[in-house]
Design a protein around this ligand. Structure first.
Ligand code: NAP
Length: 371
């Protein structure tokens, strides 16, 4: 290798000796002297900087071939907050990223090394391997209806990252041609919670429709591999199961975060760990759009039930507190007179109905000292 490149650049007329820039001196062996009669003019071969000067770097060649064989062309539709966040990691994994969105993100995309297409026709003519939907839950159906699927390669893999799962699954099955593969996913973290690392964070997916061909199976695995390699906790479950669990966890988390944000929590010099957790919760959820939160509510059929349960739980806690307070207050006013106690009425707000009967405030542990 070394010798062949040396012989190629050899020009005895103009170069009295072979000079590369490092510091290895070799006596030139006889068979390689181009003109034996002039050999006295080439006393030695000096080689400098072997690596940098080589026109063919086998290692990087192999690396490029490997990257090409494992990389995907991923088109992101909906290049907002979450789409941009995902794209940065995709790029680190050497995938080619293209994007389309309602807003013109050309400048930002160019900075990241992403080709941005304002017109979905142009995007689809690039024939991506994967079409990833990172649109708001609310706008997804309208966008899907307008896309020129006929410009894509048959059997393109459609992926969504919406925070609800049954809804996009049903939309994809309704609007996409039969040939397209469908993978519904939910990375259960965002730009805030996944800022430094995705390790250990849950990634839910449902292979709704993946063709049997090896190439299609591999393509899907390659896409999932991005999250696997980032250390995500991969959870395969049906879209329906996801929505059931997510309403009880994610929707409640977002609701509490928003509630505490409205409450205007402020940091203090004596923050406890618990209070820090609340502040972090607000921090984690306040960056998300209201559209996202509203989508969690509207398009997860379990969300309303969870909201009602939260409401009932809050009322019940208030009842416990006010009930006890009322008991103490009553004792201070009327002493331990059972007769008066029986006649005392609770304010209407504090009366709760349980199976049709009144819930009395707890009496047992009430403090009697009035403090
Ligand atoms: P989002 O408010 O849910 O969605 C914003 C995206 O939707 C933007 O790309 C926006 O396009 C597009 N969009 C909104 N209304 C549109 C309309 N009428 N027509 C066309 N496009 C419209 O915020 P996000 O945080 O970026 O979330 C994107 C998706 O990822 C959502 O489905 C969300 O559920 C999911 N997700 C988010 C997180 C998170 O932590 N943020 C985590 C997991 C999953 P333009 O920017 O071009 O206006």
């Amino acid at each position: 290798m070394l010798l062949s490149s040396a012989t190629r650049s050899l020009n005895p007329q103009s170069f009295p000796s072979l000079s590369f820039s490092h510091s290895l001196s070799l006596p030139l062996p006889q068979p390689f002297v181009p003109n034996p009669s002039k050999s006295s003019r080439f006393p030695s071969l000096q080689i400098n900087c072997i690596d940098a000067a080589q026109p063919f770097d086998y290692e990087s060649h192999l690396k490029n071939r490997y990257i090409q064989s494992t990389s995907l062309k991923i088109a992101i539709v909906g290049f907002g907050n979450f789409g941009q966040f995902l794209s940065k990691t995709f790029l680190r994994h050497h995938h080619t990223i293209l994007a389309h969105s309602r807003t013109n993100y050309t400048g930002l995309a160019n900075q990241l090394g992403i080709s941005f297409y304002s017109d979905p026709n142009d995007l689809f003519e690039q024939h991506p391997d994967v079409l990833l939907f990172s649109t708001s839950i609310l706008s997804t159906e309208t966008i899907l209806q307008k896309l020129p699927f006929q410009r894509l390669r048959r059997n393109t893999l459609f992926v969504d990252v919406l925070s609800v799962k049954e809804f996009p699954r049903n939309l994809f099955l309704k609007y996409l041609p039969q040939d397209f593969d469908i993978l519904c996913t939910h990375p259960m973290f965002g730009p805030e919670s996944g800022k430094t690392s995705w390790a250990g964070l849950p990634f839910v997916y449902d292979k709704v429709r993946i063709g049997d061909e090896e190439s299609r199976v591999k393509r899907c695995d390659k896409f999932l591999g991005i999250f696997e390699n980032e250390g995500c906790r991969m959870v395969e479950m049906s879209c329906m199961e996801h929505d059931k669990y997510a309403a009880g966890s994610q929707f409640v988390t977002h609701t509490m975060g928003r509630l505490l944000e409205k409450f205007e929590l402020e940091s203090s010099p004596i923050n406890t760990k618990g209070y820090e957790t609340l502040l972090n919760l607000v921090e984690n959820t306040k960056g998300d759009s209201f559209d996202l939160y509203y989508g969690l509510f509207m398009y997860n059929q379990n969300a309303l039930e969870q909201l009602e349960r939260l409401d009932m739980a809050f009322e019940s806690i208030k009842k416990d507190l006010f009930g006890r307070l009322h008991q103490v207050y009553r004792k201070r006013l009327f002493g331990d007179n059972g007769e008066v106690e029986k006649k005392t009425r609770f304010p209407q707000k504090l009366l709760g109905l349980c199976n049709g009967s009144l819930i009395e405030p707890p009496l047992d542990n009430a403090r009697q000292d009035g403090s």
